[in-house]
Every structure is written in structure tokens, then in C-alpha cells.
Design a protein around this ligand. Structure first.
Ligand SMILES: [Zn+2]
Length: 163
């Protein structure tokens, strides 16, 4: 089971998008049955509710698993295709740090997260008084941003690596 603090996200491809993606793999070996098995289980495991494309792919699938099955048959072509779907559509967390560009707009950062940072629980001297700051929530951070945390002036930040 995935660690809840590092949730993976799945895109919501349609049945046709998954079919056209899968048809590029194992030409001459994978058959319609294998594609349907992979799509069924992928949609089963990752759909985001009844309004999602994956739920629609699941509920209209011509594939019908055996009563004891809980995933594609281990070692089979369907399982290999299932893994291709995961590699394509399921992503780990990305960096949550945003730059502010010259127009004042935040610029999203889609780089993969390698760890998390937050500001420490600390007391800072401001105008001669000690002011208490509580630790911030954790933010996912990419490699480039994590490196900046080691520079002078960044002492209020603390860091933990992705597990
Ligand atoms: Zn970043």
C-alpha cells in the first residue's frame, strides 16, 4: 500500500486512448483479450469515481474476470500491458514549489519530487522581540529546489528525502 504522504496520481484516459496506447506494445504477440484484461484491471484499480473515463471503461468492458481474480493473471501478457498503463498514466508527486514570474504569476513546476521541505518550528528575533513560528506543512520538492535549501539564508527550512 502506498504511503499516504506520497500519493500517486492517475490520469483519466478513455478506453480509446488506452487502446491506442497499448497497440504499440508487443505487436504480433498481444491480442485483443490481453488489451481488455489490462484495461479492465487498470480501470478497476485506478478509476476516480462514476463520472470518470476509467469508470466508464470499466463498466463497458467486455472482459469478465474469474470469480477469484483480483488482478491480471501473474506473468501473463495482460499483466505486462497493465504495467505499461501504470508507467504511462500513474505519476508520483511533483514539486510544489512555485516561482513567481515577472508578471507576478506563479509558475508551476512539474519536476518529480525527491523529498519534502517545510519551515521549522522556531523563534525568530523581529524588531528586538522573539516571535514564535510554527512549522509549516510539508511541501514536495524537486531536485533543483532541494539543492537551494542548502544555501545560506535557508536555515529556517528543514528537509526529508522521499522514502
Ligand atoms: Zn521544483
Amino acid at each position: 500500500m502506498a504511503d499516504q504522504s506520497y500519493p500517486k496520481r492517475c490520469a483519466d484516459p478513455t478506453r480509446n486512448e488506452m487502446l491506442s496506447f497499448l497497440c504499440g506494445f508487443y505487436p504480433g504477440e498481444a491480442e485483443q483479450f490481453d488489451w481488455e484484461e489490462a484495461i479492465y484491471w487498470f480501470a478497476h484499480d485506478w478509476h476516480g469515481g462514476q463520472a470518470s473515463n476509467l469508470y466508464s471503461a470499466l463498466s463497458t468492458s467486455p472482459f469478465h474476470p474469474g470469480p477469484l481474480a483480483n488482478g491480471p493473471e501473474p506473468g501473463g501478457m495482460g499483466e505486462m500491458l497493465y504495467q505499461e498503463l501504470e508507467a504511462e498514466f500513474v505519476k508520483g508527486p511533483t514539486c510544489q514549489i512555485q516561482w513567481i514570474d515577472a508578471c507576478g504569476s506563479p509558475t508551476p513546476d512539474c519536476n518529480p519530487s525527491i523529498g519534502r521541505i517545510r519551515t521549522k518550528d522556531r523563534v525568530q528575533q523581529i524588531a528586538g522581540r522573539g516571535v514564535r513560528f510554527e512549522a509549516s506543512p510539508w511541501f514536495h520538492v524537486c531536485k533543483a529546489h532541494a539543492k537551494q535549501m542548502q544555501e545560506p539564508g535557508m536555515e529556517i527550512w528543514e528537509w526529508e528525502s522521499e522514502r
